[in-house]
Design a protein around this ligand. Structure first.
Ligand code: URA
Length: 244
């Protein structure tokens, strides 16, 4: 912001001063609205300190969840039954990020508990041979869009800082972005999911694998083969000795 005062009358200068103060106040309020504490330490340092006594990801995640539970940053807050913050192991090696809660998730306050959730659970339990409680599952949006419509850019913009903080606290080995909205939001791209999936990208020092959303698989079961390929790459990354 660069503004200069004119050399006009005292009244004119007073008006300009007032408008300047208003503009600065507006910018400070905007910054406060967007504020989420960020940990800028280098990934290696954070990884080393992950289990150290002064770092308590579970506690910090709980504190973040409390903040999100009372969020009113966008109009979805007025229509939700429950905030769906996320669920699972705060020290998980794999985090799945979906799009937004649906009706079942809104009802229960938990991510991926409907039909698509059952399929995701099968992928985790039957495919990856892990328990759901071993991984962490969350969404781009923490509140349900009405009628399960697509998330709007302004809703994503308001909610994304929470996800960013969530991922920073968990710092998994791999993030699996489920579907177009998760992949495009995290990677800041408009490339279609068909072209994105199947290889790792970098998300703030964390490996990110985009793959198809389980709801897409319910409609297109033939795509399960590709998801299985993506999941195997994730398993190899997490546990090189185990994946077949
Ligand atoms: N679809 C999502 O993207 N997230 C959920 O939590 C449920 C369905």
């Amino acid at each position: 912001m660069t503004e200069t005062l004119s050399s006009g009358s005292p009244d004119q200068i007073r008006k300009e001063m007032l408008s300047l103060v208003k503009s600065v106040k507006g910018q400070v309020l905007n910054a406060e609205n967007l504020y989420v504490a960020v940990d800028w330490r280098k990934p290696e340092v954070k990884r080393k300190n992950h289990q150290a006594a002064d770092v308590n990801p579970a506690g910090q995640l709980d504190a973040l969840a409390q903040e999100v539970l009372s969020c009113e940053r966008c109009s979805l807050s007025g229509q939700r039954k429950n905030v769906v913050f996320g669920d699972g192991n705060p020290s998980a090696r794999i985090v799945f990020v979906g799009e937004a809660p649906g009706a079942d998730e809104d009802e229960q306050g938990l991510p991926f508990v409907g039909r698509a959730g059952q399929l995701l659970t099968d992928i985790i339990v039957k495919g990856m041979k892990l328990a759901r409680k071993d991984v962490y599952i969350c969404n781009i949006l923490k509140c349900r869009p009405p009628g399960n419509r697509n998330p709007l850019p302004e809703e994503i913009g308001k909610c994304e800082p929470f996800l960013k903080k969530q991922l920073q606290l968990i710092r998994p080995g791999v993030i699996c972005a489920l579907g177009k909205f998760a992949a495009q939001t995290l990677l800041k791209t408009e490339t279609p999911i068909t072209a994105l999936r199947g290889r790792f990208y970098d998300y703030e020092g964390i490996k990110l694998m985009p793959t198809y959303h389980p709801a897409y698989l319910l409609r297109n079961p033939h795509a399960k083969k590709q998801v299985w390929e993506d999941v195997q790459m994730i398993m190899k990354e997490i546990d090189p000795g185990r994946a077949s």
